[in-house]
Design a protein around this ligand. Structure first.
Ligand SMILES: C[S@@+](CC[C@H](N)C(=O)[O-])C[C@H]1O[C@@H](n2cnc3c(N)ncnc32)[C@H](O)[C@@H]1O
Length: 238
């Protein structure tokens, strides 16, 4: 289930860690082990810096009965930081929206940037409550404190008309994704504006936003198997 292998080992004592590192070098090679250790170091750094606990995975069955939903698996902090470099920070920065916010990792990291407002939409009640506790514990270093978590289905969530950045880390597919594009289009029709969509891990045969003529692809990148597509709105095509 885990796509990004975000689980941080709980026992970090040297006498427990060393045998595991040596075993990994033997099984997977030195380069892969160094890559994995650098990944874990970044995970631990950001979790501590932000003061949150967003690690772990939950299979789809725990979050929803709908097979179009995807379970909880947080994006790696490295990919998240790189994706956020493509966010539109022109003032007023407006709302940053994370579809399927899980335990709130993206909300917490986005709060280090000067967004006017950050909203996470999440279908699982228990993940919403984890996200809210993480936001309460968020360190004082953050620049945006106007953060909220909406417990609901993204498909029917009405996009605030000042939303300028939307983030998706493979939260759902099929009819939910289709419904979300309708909500986004309606919001753009009510208030035509610059909108950036940061879509990480688009898994369907072709990214749905690439098929909408009111969006255009501005950038794409791949970290191994994990893709980032950045789309910009084209208000004249609405
Ligand atoms: C792959 S996780 C991404 C979590 C978070 N964005 C991150 O990167 O840390 C996908 C999340 O989407 C949520 N989700 C799935 N279907 C949803 C829906 N229809 N509406 C809202 N959230 C949904 C899941 O519960 C899960 O927390």
């Amino acid at each position: 289930m885990a796509i990004t292998e975000t689980t941080i080992p709980t026992d970090m004592r040297l006498n427990s860690l060393l045998p595991r590192v040596l075993r990994r070098i033997r099984d997977k090679g030195l380069l892969e082990t160094i890559g994995r250790m650098s990944f874990l170091a970044q995970e631990m750094y950001w979790e501590r810096r932000l003061g949150v606990d967003t690690v772990g995975c939950l299979p789809r069955e725990f979050v929803s009965e709908d097979p179009a939903c995807v379970g909880y698996d947080p994006i790696g902090y490295r990919q998240l930081g790189e994706a956020l470099r493509h966010a539109n920070l022109r003032r007023p920065t407006g709302t940053f929206l994370d579809y399927g916010c899980g335990k709130g990792r993206v909300l917490a990291r986005a709060a280090t940037l000067p967004f006017d407002q950050i909203i996470g939409v999440e279908t699982s009640t228990s993940l919403c409550s984890d996200a809210r506790s993480n936001i309460e514990r968020l360190s004082r270093f953050v620049r945006c404190k106007n953060i909220s978590v909406v417990n609901g289905n993204a498909k029917t969530y009405v996009v605030p008309d000042d939303t300028k950045n939307i983030f998706l880390f493979n939260p759902f597919i099929g009819h939910i994704l289709e419904g979300v594009t309708i909500q986004i289009q309606r919001s753009l029709e009510r208030n035509p504006r610059e909108l950036t969509i940061l879509y990480v891990l688009p898994v369907e045969s072709s990214d749905i936003f690439a098929r909408k003529n009111w969006m255009k692809i501005a950038y794409h990148h791949s970290w191994g198997g994990i893709k980032l597509h950045v789309h910009h709105s084209v208000p004249s095509k609405l």
